[in-house]
Design a protein around this ligand. Structure first.
Ligand code: FEO
Length: 175
């Protein structure tokens, strides 16, 4: 693996761990504000981000490359409203997508086929994650930040009727 690509993959870990940390903080804020469906969605996103970091770590370890875990700063614990929170999620995902695309281009240029294959999964995943964040944000903007509209979206998220939701949410509760 080229030194540049190794550096880039290690630096990308910061984005995944940061997102996981922020999404967990968001899940807490949403639960505090009586939005359990939104909270469950963000908690699942937080878990997904850890899995994303793990994928890259596994790839580096399998290829005998040096992993450098980043430090992660404390996330924001307060949000103006659900719309501001979801807008931040979308912005996060767009940043992650840009980083993945850059890494993919580096891997292609270096003819690093294992890295290209590994990153291909992320290209698809990012498309889905951006679409889910955009869908939730769009529905909040349609329904408004308060009242019945927001509660309806929360119920949809609780029922798993939105993109990006875990398939079997009841199983999580049982664990
Ligand atoms: Fe791992 Fe949501 O980016």
């Amino acid at each position: 693996m080229t030194a540049d690509l190794l550096k880039g993959l290690n630096e990308h870990l910061t984005l995944e761990f940061r997102a996981s940390h922020e999404y967990l903080a968001m899940a807490i804020w949403l639960a505090e504000h009586d939005l359990p469906g939104f909270s469950r969605w963000m908690r699942q996103q937080s878990t997904d981000e850890l899995m994303h970091a793990q994928r890259i770590i596994d790839h580096l370890v399998e290829r005998d490359q040096k992993v450098k875990l980043p430090s992660v700063s404390a996330p924001p614990m307060e949000w103006k409203n659900a719309e501001a929170l979801c807008a931040h999620v979308l912005q996060n995902e767009q940043e992650v997508t840009a980083s993945i695309n850059e890494l993919y281009a580096m891997a292609e240029k270096a003819k690093d086929r294992p890295a290209v294959v590994m990153l291909q999964w992320f290209v698809t995943e990012q498309m889905e994650e951006e679409a889910a964040a955009r869908a939730v944000l769009g529905r909040i903007r349609l329904a408004g930040n308060t009242g019945v509209g927001l509660l309806m979206i929360d119920q949809e998220l609780a029922a798993g009727n939105m993109p990006g939701m875990p398939v079997d949410t009841t199983k999580q509760d049982a664990d």
